[in-house]
Design a protein. Structure first.
Length: 296
């Protein structure tokens, strides 16, 4: 059985969108009978971020599920948008809904890392019946300015390492203090997910114009929050994962999310920052248990 296949879809405005489907071809009957898992990556990331996680879920010996991982517009194999203003969570949410409709998915369990979790907040208002449950990976309705500023500054420093080994070294140098739990293999996997080869060079796999809106943020003013949208999202079972060293999702916000509804469960990923690797053994068992609570 092939691990995955690539599929392409057409957005409402004609842009071509890419997704990976795990497994390739027709899934086993046991997987088809269960709700699929749809993975939504972070701001500048792509489907490769979820490859180890998707394999674990799709090949689970007792409860396999179909897994769909999406490249937003401007990332991975999806088309770049000629209008950078369209790189926003509202349009990206509609793209996710479009892909689900094209695949005939009326209900699913979503896994949203960072940006993906913000998209789910919007989806809870636009298409609530689509969400059976969700994992919010180091994201909530309130974002810490320091953490968002870190992301802005990091993405502004585009690099072109000579090899994936060099890329892994660079990532470990920048993020190592926040991720002491990661091994050399983890850093290599991260480098492979973040970089792609274009014209004989390794470059980050997203449209550079994606950061324009980050540069325009006025950090002297309070950041907008999504608590009303979270109230809608918290009507379904949620697992909120926070990186032990996260600067984007505070412990205070995590605690407030947990008290919002009995449907909200929380877990901390030890030795990880923003955003945790969900396939890491220290955290995957919690995610697997969460998925197991959905019989269909």
């Amino acid at each position: 059985m092939d691990v995955f296949e690539s599929r392409f879809f057409t957005a409402e405005d004609g842009l071509r969108l890419h997704a990976r489907l795990y497994p390739a071809g027709n899934p086993p009957c046991a997987a088809q009978e269960r709700l699929p898992v749809i993975c939504l990556p972070g701001l500048s990331r792509n489907v490769r971020d979820f490859h180890p996680f998707a394999r674990l879920v799709a090949q689970d010996p007792s409860a396999p599920r179909r897994v769909i991982a999406l490249d937003y517009r401007g990332r991975g194999l999806s088309d770049y948008d000629p209008n950078p203003e369209n790189y926003n969570i509202g349009i990206e949410c509609r793209d996710v809904i479009t892909v689900c409709a094209a695949l005939g998915i009326a209900r699913a369990i979503f896994v949203g890392t960072s940006r993906g979790g913000l998209i789910l907040h919007v989806m809870a208002a636009l298409k609530p019946d689509l969400i059976a449950g969700a994992v919010l990976n180091d994201i909530g309705p309130e974002i810490e300015a320091d953490g968002l500023r870190d992301i802005r500054d990091y993405l502004s420093q585009r690099s072109s390492p000579a090899t994936l080994d060099d890329a892994a070294d660079g990532l470990a140098h920048i993020h190592g203090a926040a991720f002491p739990a990661l091994s050399r293999t983890d850093w290599l996997d991260m480098a492979d997910a973040l970089y792609t080869e274009k014209a004989g060079r390794l470059v980050t796999d997203y449209d550079p114009k994606l950061t324009d809106q980050l540069q325009a943020i006025d950090f002297s003013k309070p950041l907008a929050t999504l608590w009303p949208q979270f109230e809608l999202l918290a009507k379904v079972p949620l697992l909120v994962v926070r990186g032990d060293h996260s600067r984007l999702l505070s412990q205070e916000t995590l605690a407030r999310m947990a008290t919002h509804s009995s449907a909200v469960k929380t877990v901390t990923a030890p030795g990880q920052g923003h955003a945790p690797l969900l396939h890491h053994p220290d955290i995957f068992s919690s995610v697997r248990d969460f998925l197991a609570a959905f019989p269909g």
